[in-house]
Design a protein around this ligand. Sequence first.
Ligand SMILES: [Cu+2]
Length: 136
Amino acid sequence: MRTRAFLAGVLVVGFLAGTAACSSSKPKVTPPPPPIDLRGHKAIEIDADLNQFTPAAVIVDVGTKVTWRNTDSVAHDVKKAADALDFGAQFGVDASRFGPGQSYSFTFAKAGNYFYTCTIHTLMSGKVAVVAKPKA
Ligand SMILES: [Cu+2]
């Protein structure tokens, strides 16, 4: 009996060690999707649908016009995230002007990482990475 208990203990310890090794220091948080590189476009579109912005993260050139389209069945808004970079101009749209079928456009004039969110659905957020065009 003692031997069995010892063996069971070894197996458990071995299993735990193996599990720990597999999940080494990686937190169990779903990583945000990688940004979609949309450089080279003068204008792009981001859909608000199913309580998500799609694509949620994009890379665009300075001067790109970004249009958010509400293709969902409920109203959303688009607002600067609380700790986000200054967008350099009046940014965002209220839910009263961003219901189903409505859209909102903003042209990014300066490089930077701009974070925005829907204040109605707090898990609904996105990022626009604006990069300076390389000199031709
Ligand atoms: Cu929303």
